[in-house]
Design a protein around this ligand. Structure first.
Ligand code: ADP
Ligand code: UDP
Length: 247
């Protein structure tokens, strides 16, 4: 199937969103080379970032498909462009944590790197104006970010299922999945699908032996080698696949 790009609908921080000509139920995502942090207060970019992030997303969404997680993926149309199902996005950033880092470690003055006995799910309200504030489940219902408690449970379960797949996939690449954020949306039948991307922008990834950070924290904290780290994640994910295929 050939798709043609329509008008620009939305310019986000990391992607541009376009219509797909003649296909009301689809949209076209272009992965940009831009990087932002701290609600876009810090900005940067590196050449090839869009391409490496789409390639990582492609690999991980192939795993989700293998494990029957419903996603928005339709077709990759170039190295930086992707056609997906247009969803009514749920205005939540759903974060899963396996190891403490970032805002939660800071808030409770706990040591970054503390391994959690049980993975936890946190909800943030997706709003650039408000700076994506943390919200609890009752608040998610109050703001009608979700329709019901059942839907909330479904979202949390999906996030934990995605976590199980990602933990295993990254472990095979000698990477510890510290935490990550996903976004979900609903199709016209009301079914919840995994949307957006899963990349080093949206995950914290540490090398299994050295604990070296291989994700956006290198940019947030000015640690250098941002491009090299993203490329390293992709190389490890794909070399792992190659070695599996030859077994
Ligand atoms: P942001 O808008 O947060 O800066 P991006 O630059 O990644 O983020 O822009 C992509 C936008 O597309 C986001 O608003 C995201 O919620 C939205 N999006 C991702 N997948 C879908 C989808 N399948 N249907 C509709 N919108 C989507
Ligand atoms: N995250 C994200 N987008 C956001 C906020 C968080 O992708 O707008 C990811 C982040 O990269 C990390 C996880 O979600 O992998 C948890 O982030 P945390 O709440 O600790 O954010 P922090 O305030 O530390 O940046």
């Amino acid at each position: 199937m050939d798709y043609t790009r329509g008008e620009l609908i939305h310019e986000g921080k990391a992607k541009r969103v376009f219509a797909v000509n003649g296909q009301e139920d689809l949209i076209w995502l272009e992965f940009k080379d831009d990087l932002t942090a701290f609600n876009a207060e810090k900005t940067g970019s590196f050449e090839g970032k869009g391409q490496v992030n789409l390639a990582i997303t492609e690999n991980l969404f192939a795993e989700f498909k293998r494990y029957h997680i419903p996603t928005h993926w339709v077709s990759k149309v170039s190295a930086t462009e992707l056609v997906v199902r247009k969803l009514e996005m749920i205005p939540l950033e759903v974060v899963v944590r396996n190891i403490l880092a970032g805002s939660t470690a800071k808030k409770f003055d706990l040591k970054e790197g503390t391994e959690l006995e049980q993975s936890i799910v946190e909800l943030f309200y997706k709003s650039d104006e408000l700076g994506d504030p943390f919200m609890n489940e009752d608040q998610a219902l109050m703001l009608k970010a979700v329709d019901s408690k059942t839907e909330l449970e479904q979202i949390k379960q999906m996030a934990l299922d995605v976590n199980d797949i990602l933990v295993q996939t990254f472990l095979k690449a000698d990477i510890r999945l510290v935490d990550f954020k996903i976004e979900l949306g609903k199709n016209s039948k009301g079914q919840i699908l995994l949307a957006d991307e899963v990349t080093p922008d949206s995950c914290r990834l540490w090398d299994k032996s050295s604990q070296k950070k291989l994700d956006k924290d290198r940019f947030r904290r000015d640690l250098g080698s941002v491009k090299e780290s993203y490329e390293e994640v992709l190389a490890r994910l794909t070399s792992d696949k190659k070695s599996e295929a030859t077994v």
